[in-house]
Ligand binder design. Structure first.
Ligand code: V47
Ligand code: SF4
Length: 396
């Protein structure tokens, strides 16, 4: 059962939201139909106010971030032609294709030296040459070189790909990766689960039920994970709700999800954007805030709702801190995937910029580890100066 949340119903201007506000106050779970109402109500501020109340009940004014570094070891991907929303992947012989050697991965990881980076977020394409040994060697070497750094790596889609090319079960792949140093799974690869949507945007990709199955297997092994939803392309509101319902159901079953991160679709430099005739920013600020707020309200069994500022800008992320968001993607060194599809945000944010963003929203910044344990609270006078800044060199 969700917790009862104090809320002033007079803040709602849309009568259709009232029964939802009453459920919030009573600690009752929202239905699929409630989710549709939240997605369609003209009263975005009312939706946001409820999400803010639900968030405050869990986290007060605290907003967390983790200092992480993205490493994308290969952009070679067998699904390059069928994931039409992706601008990052290349075929093996295509211009721009790359696959890092272990030494290149280690050289990139050394950017973490002398910084506050505590997590490597490692994802890439479905490359036939990067099987289990490629990743187990990589994780072992990374753990030896940076023992303090958490490894959040390989989406459900990549796990299933490795299992297929190695002719192993997904469970055995996860066990081997964990032995090599894998700590948690990121949430990528989910897109939108609906079969009709997948047929249009990611025809050959691991299906929604299988994505859930890989996460279930991981959770049962004690490997926690994040989850995402790609929105703002061809999906309907019902598709979004089906997706959120599947995530909420698995969370009821395992409790293994750490955070939910809605991802705004970017249309530049990918086939889908051309087909839809869209360029620039595809989602609206309204839709970005609404997706975050609905995530907070509907996913009552999730502790953390994260805004990926790279996708929706840091300005919108700041406002989202009043729409149910309690966590922001931290200092992301050398992000490549969204910058391949037209994200115009910087490739990283400094610690000082992050603190300014959070404080500017009237919130209290706290650095967390990858399991959401708070490592450091920042008092108003504390600018984290004694901690080396992660991105100064990297964003140049
Ligand atoms: O699965 C690909 C998305 C995802 C586009 O777990 C696109 O902490 C928008 O999942 N427009 C990978 N999005 C990134 C991801 C993620 C990011 C940050 C934090 C975490 C976490 C996970 O990027 C892919 C796909 O959904 N993506 N192309 C595009 N054109
Ligand atoms: Fe490959 Fe992932 Fe891009 Fe699909 S979204 S083409 S699986 S890298």
């Amino acid at each position: 059962m969700p917790r009862a949340v104090p809320f002033d119903l007079d803040r709602l201007r849309d009568e259709a939201l009232r029964p939802i506000g009453e459920k919030l106050i009573a600690g009752e779970r929202l239905s699929f139909a409630d989710g549709v109402t939240l997605f369609t109500s003209p009263d975005l501020l009312g939706v946001g106010a409820m999400a803010d109340a639900a968030n405050r009940a869990k986290h007060g004014d605290r907003v967390t971030f983790a200092s992480n570094q993205h490493i994308n070891p290969t952009n070679i991907c067998v699904l390059r032609k069928t994931c039409v929303f992706c601008g990052y992947a290349r075929l093996p012989k295509e211009e721009g294709a790359y696959r890092y050697t272990l030494d290149q991965v280690l050289a990139e990881s050394d950017r973490a030296d002398g910084t506050i980076t505590r997590e490597f977020h490692i994802v890439g394409g479905l490359d036939m040459q990067t099987g289990l040994a490629y990743y187990t060697e990589m994780f072992r070497a990374l753990k030896t070189r940076h023992p303090q750094v958490h490894i959040k790596a390989l989406t459900a889609v990549e796990i299933a790909h490795i299992a297929r090319i190695e002719k192993m079960s997904r469970e055995d792949v996860l066990i081997a990766l964990r032995e090599a140093g894998l700590d948690t799974l990121p949430g990528g690869g989910a897109e939108t689960f609906s079969a009709a949507v997948r047929e249009q945007i990611a025809d050959k990709k691991l299906g929604g039920t299988d994505y859930i199955d890989v996460h279930r297997t991981a959770h049962k092994l004690g490997i926690r994970s994040n989850c995402t939803m790609l929105y703002g392309h061809v999906e309907t509101i019902e598709d979004r709700m089906q997706h959120l319902t599947m995530l909420r159901d698995l969370q009821d079953e395992t409790g293994g999800f750490l955070a939910y991160i809605p991802l705004a679709y970017h249309p530049d430099d990918n086939e889908l954007g051309k087909t839809l005739g869209r360029t620039g920013t595809s989602t609206t600020g309204f839709d970005d805030l609404r997706n975050l707020a609905v995530g907070r309200l509907f996913l009552d069994n999730f502790d953390h709702i994260k805004s990926h500022w790279i996708m929706v800008t840091s300005a919108l992320t700041q406002i989202a801190l009043h729409f149910g968001v309690n966590d922001i993607e931290g200092t992301v060194v050398r992000e490549k995937i969204y910058h391949a599809v037209g994200a115009h945000t910087p490739q990283g944010m400094t610690l000082a910029q992050l603190l300014q963003l959070i404080r500017g929203a009237g919130k209290q910044p706290a650095e967390r580890d990858s399991f959401y344990q708070v490592i450091r609270e920042f008092t108003d006078a504390d600018n984290g100066e004694e901690a080396a800044d992660t991105t100064q060199a990297a964003v140049a």
